[in-house]
Design a protein around this ligand. Structure first.
Ligand code: DGY
Length: 323
């Protein structure tokens, strides 16, 4: 008899097909998240779970799933899973690194450029007819933005995604600063990146990009005190997790001009709604789509399947989180 896996959302078919050869597969096909009580019911007889970052996988889920041996998160971040509890129970947890690195770094850059150069504001100005109404074809001071080329970028978190953001910054002739738990001598050499303590990085950077995982240490790491260290012309970009930034403080920073602009792909609560933030025209917002490319999502589906198949074959899953 094949072991049973529950996939809590319709991930790309390539991953599901691979899994069907080895597992009895059930997919929660609905667009909306699986309701908590349904999840708790369905996990009763599963050996494996494929989860999304929007599902909290904790003690309650583990208690309801006596046969569960592996959780494959369809994301590189795994702050939605109680890793300590899983490890205690001998449940493997895997994630999807590498395959989404470039897609996420690209989106960080899309937000950075859009926020620096008024791309969204400009789009609204044109399509709303406001440009035509004003009747000014071109003006030397219209929609002035911030220079990117040759400026300083500070990257908070210098793992795969942070380094991929830095690679792109190199092409923009930027001075690259980074902060991380430990120094990365190879990346420093390859990218010409300089290690800086967070406070210094914030003071010196024209663009600050957050690429750290959410942990107890990084929760509200960017708070009022730290936002006040940034340049009034600086742009903050967050492609990590919403809770890394204290949103209330960020709104004040954007309103009162402690910083110039922000680009946010992630929010403290998702889906997010906040009229005070949405009223600001110096912030560009996207709905947690860092890895949302066809290629990255297929790569994630394949990696999820590879992890589960390795586990089923008695091998160590390739991207095991809790070794
Ligand atoms: C991740 O993988 O952690 C991203 O935030 C979602 O793509």
């Amino acid at each position: 008899m094949k072991p049973k896996v529950l996939i809590t959302r319709a991930i790309p078919e390539n991953g599901i097909e691979l899994l069907r050869e080895h597992f009895e597969v059930e997919v929660w096909e609905h667009e909306h998240e699986i309701p908590r009580e349904v999840l708790l019911e369905k996990v009763k007889d599963v050996d494996a779970l494929v989860t999304m970052l929007s599902e909290k996988i904790d003690r309650e889920v583990f208690d309801a799933a006596p046969r569960l041996r592996i959780v494959a998160n369809y994301a590189v971040g795994y702050d939605n899973i109680d890793i300590e509890e899983a490890t205690k129970r001998g449940i493997y947890v895997t994630n999807t690194p590498d395959v989404l690195t470039d897609a996420t770094a690209d989106l960080a850059w899309a937000l950075l450029l859009a926020a620096a150069r008024h791309v969204v504001k400009g789009d609204k100005f044109v399509r709303s007819g406001e440009w035509k109404r004003r009747g000014i074809a071109w003006h030397p001071k219209m929609f002035l933005g911030y220079d990117v080329y040759g400026k300083t970028i500070g990257i908070v978190g210098f793992g795969r995604i942070g380094q991929a953001i830095a690679k792109r910054a190199k092409g923009f002739g930027m001075r690259i600063l980074y902060t991380a738990r430990s120094r990365k001598p190879e990346a420093e050499k390859e990218l010409g990146a300089e290690f800086k303590p967070l406070e210094e990085l914030l003071r010196e950077s024209d663009f600050v990009v957050l690429a750290v995982p959410l942990t107890k240490e990084t929760y509200h790491m960017i708070n009022e005190e730290r936002l006040r260290l940034m340049k009034p012309t600086a742009v903050l970009v967050n492609v990590a997790r919403g809770k890394v930034v204290d949103t209330k403080a960020l709104i004040r920073a954007l309103k009162e001009g402690w910083i110039a602009a922000a680009g946010l792909d992630v929010f403290e609560e998702e889906p997010y709604y906040d009229e005070e933030l949405f009223a600001l025209d110096n912030v560009v917002l996207t709905p947690h789509i860092g890895s949302a490319t066809f290629g990255a999502r297929e790569g994630m589906a394949e990696l999820v399947a590879k992890n589960l198949i390795a586990f089923k074959n008695g091998e160590v899953p390739p991207t095991l989180v809790n070794r």
